[in-house]
Design a protein around this ligand. Structure first.
Ligand SMILES: [Fe+2]
Length: 193
């Protein structure tokens, strides 16, 4: 049976990194190393946090720091699913675990947004989000017939952050708080498994 140990060790190491309190750039730098190592293997994520929903992309909470300093989430895209253009307002790390994701990064202009870069992200890739700098993107499953899945870490309890989606043409902002797709989190703490 697959073991959840890599996720527990990741949470422990990330908590230690946050405890060192060395600032955003150090967290992104060292956090990327930790995330790269977590997604180098794909045997640790319980199936119920990897399940696509036919209606919309899913966002499963894997761990939330009790002080709200970071959260770990699995994002699951069924074939053809996409997010609207949105922002995050906190730092973020995105690590691709399965499939292929298309990330379109946008810049704000006078009225609306313009496409700045488009990338196809493959398993093993780790990308960074910085509030106020490179914070607007739209992400979709680049595969027409398979699920894509990524592991994200954010500098807050991301499901509780008031942030926004945007109309690309008009720039119109709509505030949202995402919540999570499941009421349960994985049990990291049964050390007999
Ligand atoms: Fe995002």
């Amino acid at each position: 049976m697959a073991s959840i140990t890599p996720l527990r060790e990741f949470v422990e190491a990330f908590t230690a990194l946050i405890d060192r309190n060395e600032g955003q750039e150090r967290i992104l730098d060292q956090g990327a190393v930790l995330l790269r190592s977590l997604i180098a293997h794909d045997r640790w994520l319980p199936e119920q946090f990897a399940r696509p929903d036919p209606e919309r992309y899913s966002q499963y909470l894997l761990h939330a720091d009790p002080y709200g300093r970071f959260s770990v989430v699995s994002f699951v895209w069924g074939p053809g699913q996409t997010t609207p253009l949105h922002d995050h307002r906190v730092w973020g790390l995105i690590g691709i675990l399965r499939g292929r994701e298309r990330e379109e990064s946008y810049t704000r202009t006078g009225a609306g947004f313009v496409l700045e870069a488009e990338e196809i992200l493959e398993p093993g890739h780790v990308g960074l989000l910085r509030p106020g700098e490179r914070d607007y993107h739209r992400v979709s499953n680049a595969l027409a017939d398979e699920t894509s899945l990524s592991i994200h870490v954010y500098g807050a309890n991301i499901g509780a952050v008031a942030r926004a989606t945007y109309d690309i043409e008009t720039g119109q902002e709509k505030i949202f708080i995402s919540g999570y797709s499941s009421d349960v989190v994985p049990n990291l703490w049964d050390l007999t498994k």
